[in-house]
Design a protein around this ligand. Structure first.
Ligand code: ADP
Ligand code: MN
Ligand code: MN
Ligand code: MN
Ligand code: MN
Length: 361
C-alpha cells in the first residue's frame, strides 16, 4: 500500500475515537519556541469553562524539561511556560484550544530564547503609532531524502519559470497541504491574508497580516506550528531554510511589510522616507536579527538585494526595501523589508524594525 493510503485508512480508524465525548474536559495544546527556532508542544487536560472562553490569564503556568530542548542545563532544567495567547484548536476542534506560551526561567528571568518578552515591551511603548505588520512566509516542502518534494532523484527539475503561482501537475505539488493550512489558520482566527506557489519548484508562501504590534509574532508562530503539524499529518517535511538549494534557485524569505498610522494616511510618503533614512545606518544590526544563513540568500541575485549594502526602490525587487508601486502612486501606504530570511524570528524582526526607526525604549 502506498504511504498515503495507509495514512487514510488509519485516519478512518482514528475518527472512531475522535467522536467520543470529552465529559466536560478540554485538551489544551501548549506551544512554545525552542532553542533553534522550531515549535514544540505538549497537551494537558483542563476543565471546560461554563459560558466563557479561556484567556491567557485563566490558564495555568506549566513547565517542561528545558535540558531536552537545549533551553536549560540539566542541573536546573525546569523552564516555565507562561500562556500569552489562545486559539481555537483546528486539529481537535471545539472546545479544545491551542495555547501559545512564553518561556521563563525558574529565577523569574525570561529564557534566553524568549524573544517575545522584549518585543512586547517595544510594541507597548510604541502603541500610539499603531504599527501594522504583514509577513510573507516562504517555505519549501521536502521529501524524506531532504531534497525538495517531487524533485527527480539525483537530478533537477526544469528551470524556474512555470512554478510561481503555477497551476497544474508538473508545476506545483502538495496543494492539499497548503489548503489544509489555509483553512486551519482561518478556523483559529489567524489573520492569514493569502497564499501562493513560489518561484522554486516545491516552494510556497503564505502571508499573515496586517497584524498590530505583538500579534504579528504570535500569529506567525502559530501559523508555523500549524504548518509543521499539518505536514506531519500528510507525511511531508517543511524547510524554513533560506537557501534550500544552492545556485540559481530562489531562496526563501520572510518579507516584512510595515506601516504606521501616519504612513497610511494622506501625505504618508514623507514618513516612509524618514523611516527608510533611519533604517539605513542600522543595516548590519538588522541583518543580525534577520535569520541564520541569510548570507547564502542575499546575494543580489534571485530577487534579492546584497547583504553588504542597504538600498531601496519603488517596485524594485533587487533592493533591501521595496516601496510598492501603489504606495508611491498614492503617496501613502507601507514599505516592504525584503531582507529577513524565512527562518527569522518574527519577534526579533518586528522589534528591530521598531527600535531602528523610532529609537530604543
Ligand atoms: P508581495 O507583493 O510582496 O508578494 P504579498 O501580497 O505577498 O506581497 O504580502 C503583502 C503583505 O503586506 C500582506 O500580509 C498584507 O496583509 C500586508 N499589508 C498590506 N497593507 C499593509 C500595511 N499598510 N502595513 C503593513 N502590512 C500591510
Ligand atoms: Mn515526564
Ligand atoms: Mn508575497
Ligand atoms: Mn514571495
Ligand atoms: Mn514580497
Amino acid at each position: 500500500m502506498a504511504n498515503r493510503e495507509i495514512l487514510s485508512s488509519r485516519t478512518e480508524t482514528l475518527n472512531k475515537y475522535l467522536k467520543l465525548d470529552q465529559k466536560g474536559k478540554i485538551m489544551a495544546e501548549y506551544v512554545w519556541i525552542d532553542s533553534i527556532g522550531e515549535t514544540r508542544s505538549k497537551s494537558r487536560t483542563l476543565p471546560e469553562l461554563k459560558d466563557k472562553e479561556y484567556t491567557p490569564e485563566d490558564l495555568p503556568v506549566w513547565n517542561f524539561d528545558g535540558s531536552s530542548t537545549g533551553q536549560a542545563p540539566g542541573h536546573d532544567s525546569d523552564v516555565y511556560l507562561r500562556p500569552c495567547a489562545v486559539y481555537p484548536d483546528p486539529f481537535r476542534g471545539s472546545p479544545n484550544i491551542i495555547v501559545l506560551a512564553e518561556c521563563w526561567n525558574a529565577d523569574g528571568t525570561p529564557n534566553k530564547y524568549n524573544y517575545r518578552h522584549e518585543c512586547a515591551k517595544v510594541m507597548e511603548a510604541n502603541a500610539s503609532l499603531e504599527p501594522w505588520f504583514g509577513l510573507e512566509q516562504e517555505y519549501t516542502f521536502l521529501d524524506h531524502d531532504e531534497r525538495p518534494y517531487g524533485w527527480p532523484v539525483g537530478g533537477f527539475p526544469a528551470p524556474q519559470g512555470p512554478y510561481y503561482c503555477g497551476v497544474g501537475s508538473g508545476k506545483v505539488v502538495l496543494r492539499d497541504v497548503v489548503e489544509a493550512h489555509y483553512k486551519a489558520c482561518l478556523y483559529a482566527g489567524v489573520n492569514i491574508s493569502g497564499t501562493n506557489a513560489e518561484v522554486l519548484s516545491s516552494q510556497w508562501e503564505f502571508q499573515v497580516g496586517p497584524c498590530v504590534g505583538i500579534e504579528m509574532g504570535d500569529q506567525l508562530w502559530i501559523a508555523r506550528f500549524f504548518l509543521a503539524r499539518i505536514a506531519e499529518d500528510f507525511g511531508v517535511k517543511i524547510s524554513l531554510h533560506p537557501k534550500p538549494i544552492k545556485g540559481a534557485w530562489n531562496g526563501s524569505g520572510l518579507h516584512s511589510n510595515f506601516s504606521t498610522k501616519q504612513m497610511r494616511e494622506e501625505g504618508g510618503m514623507k514618513y516612509i522616507e524618514e523611516a527608510l533614512k533611519a533604517l539605513e545606518p542600522h543595516h548590519s544590526e538588522c541583518i543580525k536579527e534577520y535569520g541564520e544563513d541569510n548570507d547564502l540568500r542575499l546575494t543580489g541575485d534571485c530577487e534579492t538585494g546584497s547583504i553588504e549594502k542597504f538600498s531601496w526602490g519603488v517596485a524594485n525587487r533587487g533592493t533591501s526595501i521595496r516601496v510598492p508601486r501603489e504606495t508611491a502612486a498614492r503617496g501613502c501606504g507601507y514599505f516592504e523589508d525584503r531582507r529577513p530570511a524565512s527562518n527569522a524570528d518574527p519577534y526579533r524582526v518586528t522589534k528591530i524594525l521598531m527600535t531602528s526607526i523610532f529609537g530604543k525604549i
